[in-house]
Design a binder for this molecule. Structure first.
Ligand SMILES: [Mn+2]
Length: 196
């Protein structure tokens, strides 16, 4: 494990979440949230974000998956915020444009210190497996707010909902890997304000 790691345990009356994160991993993951498609998507973040990510969640799935997905977003975002430490030497910005068959998705991120999520995905409401596609923006909103990141996700093309969502998670992973990468030419914190 690198020193850029964090462990977050979060327990409420609705969910019990555990996240272990290392920013300097090599894409490995152990994910078990009880929501199959969501596990598949978190695996994409780990793989393409070059993280080492372990997520386990016990949630109130008898209601639906909303609390679990949102709370994993909160815990993962909190872990990102902790693991990035004081942001010394990080690239800060990252972006990726990822094709997933007919879908083409852009993600741009900034470790700005301000949590903001902006999204333009043409998602029809509905489900993939048991996963409600309306939970995609809920997840990224929770990550952005708790990691204090600016996250933009834009769709340029796509028809198949699975492809659009998977493209978004892969693009987020690649953008994240770029933004957290240490650039040896950056001295201190990459902001003219001196703080992020
Ligand atoms: Mn897939």
């Amino acid at each position: 494990m690198s020193n850029r790691n964090a462990t977050v345990n979060r327990k409420t009356s609705e969910t019990e979440i555990s996240v272990r994160l290392d920013l300097d991993g090599s894409g490995e993951s152990e994910i078990l949230t009880g929501v199959g498609f969501f596990d598949h998507m978190l695996t994409q973040i780990a793989r393409h974000g070059l993280l080492h990510l372990a997520v386990s969640a016990i949630g109130d799935h008898h209601i639906d998956d909303h609390h679990t997905v949102e709370d994993v977003g909160i815990a993962f975002g909190t872990a990102l915020q902790e693991a990035i430490r004081d942001k010394q030497g990080i690239t800060r910005y990252g972006h990726a444009i990822v094709p997933m068959d007919e879908a083409l998705i852009l993600c741009a991120v900034d470790f700005s210190g301000r949590g903001l999520f902006v999204e333009q995905l043409a998602l029809k409401s509905g489900k993939i497996g048991t996963f409600d596609v309306e939970l995609v923006p809920e997840f990224f909103q929770a990550v952005a707010a708790n990691a204090k990141m600016t996250v933009h996700i834009q769709q340029f093309a796509g028809n198949n909902t699975h492809h659009i969502i998977e493209g978004a998670f892969k693009a987020f992973g690649r953008a994240l890997a770029a933004a957290v990468a240490i650039d040896p030419r950056i001295k201190g914190i990459p902001s003219s304000k001196g703080t992020l």
